[in-house]
Design a protein around this ligand. Structure first.
Ligand SMILES: Cc1cc2nc3c(=O)[nH]c(=O)nc-3n(C[C@H](O)[C@H](O)[C@H](O)COP(=O)(O)OP(=O)(O)OC[C@H]3O[C@@H](n4cnc5c(N)ncnc54)[C@H](O)[C@@H]3O)c2cc1C
Length: 458
């Protein structure tokens, strides 16, 4: 790794871009920028793990598969087979390429590999430190690292990803992404949540040979649906119900699902047809309707939209059939440690006023990644909010940003030098968590920044 104070050989007038966060979004952003025929300098700063890993691809469990097919996971929207080609050129992954859904760790390796192509490129500097401050001066932007060093740039891109809880504040719950020793093999494991991270946990627990019961509790008890062959419906822009109510949207989606089934397909064709339009639909919704969507429809949409590979579904179904896994509709209240060891999880079953206590060897927090961005703010975000350099969006799902992903200050003014990408920009776009959406967003932003870097040539 180069030292950040060792100036690279780059054109003196290059646009100096700081990317904060080296998960999938940050890596894709860096690569797309460096492919631009424009004078840019990129500093990619990652605070926790390997470049490209983030929370999705850091897993080493071979049971944790991508929930998106290989042909939708290319880093480059204009070259959809790029990831597939990368797989088949590598004997260690070639077998996986036939399966449609490869290991998430393999995707992490792919992101690492496309980043490695720029390893000796003097325009790229990689820094492994947490950014704790981002400040504006009249001339430039300054980031402060956790070790006290400062780096300046012309533009900053927040690729800080999902809001994840500080798990130490959730004790005795164990985090979905925390690695710990196995619980006693016969003990009951309670999982709070029934979404994708619950599926990950169950697969890991089953693979470890755990023999005790597994109980998943969630308010709605909805499980992610499985992937099957789809032919996404073609939906024209002019047919989108923009600026309408959630109930009208739901009726529209149901009509499309019925139409898909009449044509011999499934509801998946409708969901996958709607998906590319979600960002536009979301932006057109009045605030009250966005709030209604989050309250009543988001969970339902998520289980249909973020589907699991058939092989994961088969393992889950088998565990349900053998009685090892139970899915229960109940509201989790709290958990406490038992003096004699293990824990009590307190839940209130659906339509009941009574709270039940359940003994468990472990209680795992799989309530997902939608957390209050202020309550769970990182030092960087907390500082931006405290200084009024950023604000939380009215629905409290992320930093408030405009329709180009640029940060809004507390007074509502746009900071035209600070952008957000990926899940960090979800308040404006909602559906911006998966690679097919992120790669398009970063490709567009790379082009925009290239235009800034060399307005006459690009
Ligand atoms: C379990 C899971 C599975 C998924 N599976 C798929 C899938 O199969 N297909 C798909 O398309 N999408 C999937 N996703 C969606 C996923 O959100 C995106 O694919 C992508 O990983 C988002 O990357 P990100 O870089 O924006 O966020 P993150 O992965 O959250 O990464 C953000 C990075 O920023 C760093 N960071 C944060 N703050 C700072 C700071 N102040 N200073 C320095 N660094 C900082 C963090 O350390 C982290 O590495 C999955 C998501 C999850 C959670």
């Amino acid at each position: 790794m180069k030292d950040i104070f060792d100036p690279p050989q780059i054109p003196p007038a290059a646009l100096n871009v700081l990317i904060i966060g080296g998960g999938a979004s940050g890596v894709l952003m860096a690569v797309h920028l460096l492919r631009q025929p424009a004078p840019v300098k990129v500093t990619l700063i990652e605070g926790r793990g390997a470049m490209g890993a983030g929370i999705a691809y850091a897993t080493t469990d071979p049971e944790h598969l991508l929930n998106t097919r290989v042909h939708n996971m290319s880093a480059f929207p204009e070259d959809p087979l790029h990831f597939h080609r990368w797989l088949i050129q590598r004997p260690e992954h070639a077998k996986e390429s036939d399966q449609g859904f490869v290991r998430r760790s393999t995707y992490g390796a792919y992101l690492g590999a496309i980043m490695a192509q720029f390893e000796n490129d003097p325009r790229l500097t990689r820094v492994f430190q947490e950014v704790v401050k981002l400040e504006e001066t009249d001339l430039d932007l300054q980031v402060q690292l956790a070790d006290g060093r400062r780096i300046s740039g012309d533009r900053a891109i927040l690729a800080t990803g999902h809001v994840t809880p500080d798990q130490s504040r959730e004790w005795p719950l164990v985090g979905a992404w925390q690695s710990l020793d196995a619980p006693p093999p016969q003990s009951r494991i309670v999982i709070v949540g029934s979404g994708l991270s619950m599926v990950d946990q169950v697969l890991t627990i089953l693979r470890s040979g755990h023999q005790g019961p597994i109980l998943s509790v969630s308010r709605r008890g909805l499980l992610p649906r499985d992937h099957a062959k789809t032919t996404p419906m073609l939906i024209e822009d002019r047919d989108l119900p923009l600026g309408t109510s959630v109930s009208t949207l739901l009726q529209w989606a149901r009509r499309l699902a019925v139409a898909a089934e009449r044509q011999g397909g499934t509801w998946r064709d409708a969901v996958d047809g709607i998906r590319p339009h979600v960002r536009r639909i979301w932006r057109s919704l009045p605030q009250t309707e966005r709030a209604r969507f989050l309250r009543h429809v988001a969970t339902w949409w998520d289980v249909h939209r973020h589907r699991i590979p058939p092989q994961s579904q088969a393992r889950l179904n088998n565990a349900i059939l053998t009685g090892q896994l139970t899915i229960r509709k109940a509201a989790f209240q709290t958990a406490i440690a038992r003096p004699e060891g293990g824990y009590y999880a307190f839940v209130r079953p659906f339509r009941s006023q009574e709270v039940e206590s359940i003994t468990a060897g472990r209680v795992i927090d799989c309530r997902g990644i939608r957390r209050d961005p202020e309550q769970h703010a990182s030092p960087l975000v907390a500082d931006l909010l405290a200084r009024g350099a950023a604000r939380i969006d009215p629905l409290r799902i992320g930093l408030d940003v405009d329709d180009r992903g640029r940060l809004l200050r507390r007074d509502g003014s746009v900071n035209a030098r600070v952008y957000t990408i990926g899940p960090a920009s979800r308040a404006a776009f909602w559906e911006i968590t998966a690679i097919p959406d992120i790669r398009e967003q970063v490709a567009q932003l790379a082009q925009d920044l290239a235009t800034v870097a060399s307005p006459a040539t690009v």
